[in-house]
Design a protein around this ligand. Structure first.
Ligand SMILES: Cc1cc2nc3c(=O)[nH]c(=O)nc-3n(C[C@H](O)[C@H](O)[C@H](O)COP(=O)(O)OP(=O)(O)OC[C@H]3O[C@@H](n4cnc5c(N)ncnc54)[C@H](O)[C@@H]3O)c2cc1C
Length: 458
């Protein structure tokens, strides 16, 4: 047996002696604060928390939990919770920060609790950039293990495609440095299989030579949604891979924290990241600017360090559900359906309904194969809503255009926990379940988008 309050107190004292970091128990002053994450929809209730200070602490903490068959959960920023931690040991990585850049090889080594803005800033000193996503506040590890669909995705692929080494402590308490040449199954599985195979203490990955881009947002009044959605869809078929864009239907509340032009109304927000000059960028976006009356236009040359301004994602914690569906294609009928589901006058409660254009490098397999699928998807659809009991009407309503697969990084909340299998092609999922059976046969790492261990018949 494992957990149970009677064994927790002495066990916590024992673990505390072995760590440079801290051990917290329910009732300790900082316990609730340490659990606080960005998406407050998931309420974790572990038996104890190890606030680890480095890779050696992680090894100690995992070995400690494994010896007691305690389930282990991991939290960095809390941007991507799924299954709530119910008992066991929660490893909080938020003290494990650290970025080193090697400009000669254009690589970064990043420790387990680092957030993207730290890498963006460190890489920019060398005229380089990582493949971060829309929010600079998300954790590097959670984002990358789920694939990592970034601002330059069409040009450079998924973040996981550029990972060259995964330093990970597996459930048996051993540290590995998985690469294309060693621990190859683990290397394949960790890049896409999310947090199922252990605690990642550091990642190494390639950077790209980008210090500047043309980007920002075009905001249109919701009344122009039909014209803008159709114009954007047609336009996406014409743009080069140097340009990655997305479109969101925003229904933001009428509160002071929101800019006045977005408050309490429907707005269409097109986000652009173009790796070229402002002159060429302006020519490329001409058809979009002409699609409807613009409310705000922030497109301009910008240093890559300002990349968070492209989406302007929320920075304050809130509770929300996020759902997703990968789309094979978007035709005119798809856009009309989306307008019926989420356009002006629709009975839609989603704060954001987002379409990201894929294709280009995210449509091609990486040099070193990994567990990130979706190479056949043309667009990623996701929705974000405050907690409610409604079914995901928009995502379900677009199923006719779906690949049948979901992007796990865009599934957040406990009620997405049973959707893990839909994140993968059947062969990928079977191999992940087989590797899970070898690496984590007792499924200690189960408070995540869980891959249940299933040995292959071979
Ligand atoms: C505002 C916002 C914007 C986003 N934008 C994008 C985007 O542009 N592209 C994209 O692909 N995704 C995006 N995401 C999704 C985000 O990448 C995922 O939610 C990711 O899981 C967040 O990781 P985290 O460590 O910050 O979150 P956490 O909630 O702390 O971690 C999520 C999960 O990741 C795993 N994990 C984290 N750290 C480790 C570790 N060291 N070892 C093992 N497992 C670990 C665990 O299973 C954990 O449950 C966005 C999310 C938000 C809220």
């Amino acid at each position: 047996m494992t957990t149970g309050k009677s064994i927790v107190q002495p066990a916590a004292a024992e673990l505390s002696e072995r760590l440079s970091g801290r051990v917290l128990l329910p009732g300790d002053d900082d316990f609730a604060q340490e659990l606080d994450g960005f998406n407050q929809i998931t309420e974790h209730s572990p038996d104890l928390i190890a606030v680890v200070a480095g890779a050696e602490d992680v090894r100690e903490a995992v070995a400690f939990a494994a010896a007691r068959m305690m389930p282990i959960s991991v939290q960095a920023t809390g941007h991507g919770p799924s299954t709530a931690a119910d008992g066991g040991l929660l490893i909080s990585t938020r003290l494990m920060r650290g970025v080193s850049i090697d400009p000669a090889t254009r690589t970064a080594r990043v420790e387990g609790g680092t957030q993207w803005f730290e890498v963006v800033e460190a890489a920019a000193e060398h005229g380089l950039a990582p493949l971060n996503g829309s929010s600079p506040l998300t954790g590097v590890i959670g984002y990358t293990l789920g694939g990592g669909l970034g601002l330059m995705a069409r040009k450079y692929g998924y973040a996981a495609d550029r990972v060259t080494a995964v330093e990970i402590v597996t459930p048996d308490g051993r540290s590995h440095r998985a690469t294309a040449d060693q621990d190859t199954d683990l290397f394949w599985a960790a890049r896409g299989g999310k947090g199922n195979f252990g605690v990642v203490t550091a990642l190494e990955f390639g950077l790209v030579p980008v210090s500047q881009l043309y980007g920002g947002g075009l905001f249109f009044a919701g009344e122009a949604a039909a014209e803008v959605l159709h114009a954007w869809r047609e336009w996406t078929a014409t743009v080069p891979e140097d340009l990655t864009s997305s479109l969101a239907l925003l229904r933001l509340p009428d509160v002071e924290a929101i800019p006045p032009f977005l408050r309490g109304r429907l707005t269409v927000h097109i986000r652009i990241a173009y790796l070229g000059s402002a002159e060429d960028g302006n020519k490329l976006v001409e058809p979009l600017r002409a699609a409807g009356p613009l409310v705000v236009d922030t497109l301009a040359d910008m240093p890559y360090t300002r990349c968070g301004e492209i989406h302007n994602d929320p920075t304050e914690p809130i509770p929300y559900n996020e759902r997703s569906m990968m789309l094979r294609e978007l035709d005119e009928a798809a856009m009309d359906t989306l307008l019926t589901l989420a356009g002006p006058g629709a009975d839609c409660i989603d704060l954001a309904v987002e379409l990201r254009q894929l294709g280009g490098a995210v449509g091609r397999p990486p040099e070193v194969p990994n567990a990130v699928d979706h190479r056949d998807a043309a667009f990623a659809l996701s929705t974000l809503s405050l907690p409610d009991n409604r079914p995901p009407l928009v995502v379900d309503g677009m199923a006719a255009w779906g690949t049948g697969r979901r992007y796990l990084n865009f599934l957040a909340s406990p009620d997405t926990a049973d959707l893990t299998e839909s994140g993968y092609e059947p062969a990928t999922f079977a191999r992940l379940a087989d590797i899970k059976a070898q690496v984590d046969p007792d499924n200690l790492f189960r408070f995540n988008h869980n891959i249940v261990p299933r040995p292959s018949q071979a």
